[in-house]
Design a protein around this ligand. Structure first.
Ligand code: FAD
Length: 106
């Protein structure tokens, strides 16, 4: 399997890209799909210690799928929880869309 860092970077890219393209007003079916995807993702993620901690996180902080903003912020906070655990810098969540959807201004 890919090493934990390469896997992590690629996976965050996928997850934040899903947030960036998630509808601003998702239908009930779209909300259900995302909720199901995140639950299954947290069980299949192929770094088992990471997956266990992420499942614990999702039990404490229920995934929010009501809109792009809601999910984008939830995911940013979830990523920050991993950043804290690993001693990395906290990301400013007011900038998640600039980073992952619209592109940095400079
Ligand atoms: P990454 O954390 O991979 O981030 C990539 C880019 O995302 C950054 O360069 C930055 O531009 C942006 N970014 C950073 N923070 C945020 C944020 N909060 N919101 C939006 N964008 C942001 N590794 C372990 O060693 N142990 C673990 O338990 C572990 N658990 C993980 C759980 C999950 C669900 C995932 C997806 C990954 C996990 N990882 C874990 C991997 C770890 O999070 C990193 O991906 C890896 O260490 C590489 O880090 P990086 O510094 O390249 O940046």
């Amino acid at each position: 399997p890919a090493d934990v860092e390469t896997l992590g970077r690629s996976t965050w890219t996928l997850l934040h890209s899903i947030a960036a393209t998630y509808p601003t007003r998702p239908t009930p079916a779209e909300q259900s799909d995302l909720r199901t995807f995140m639950g299954v993702f947290s069980r299949l993620y192929p770094c088992w210690v990471c997956a266990e901690d992420f499942q614990d996180y999702m039990r404490r902080e229920r995934v929010r799928v009501g809109s792009r903003d809601e999910f984008g912020m939830w995911l940013c906070e979830a990523h920050n929880a991993v950043n804290v655990k690993l001693g990395k810098d906290i990301f400013d969540c007011s900038k998640w869309e600039e980073r992952w959807r619209t592109g940095w201004k400079d």
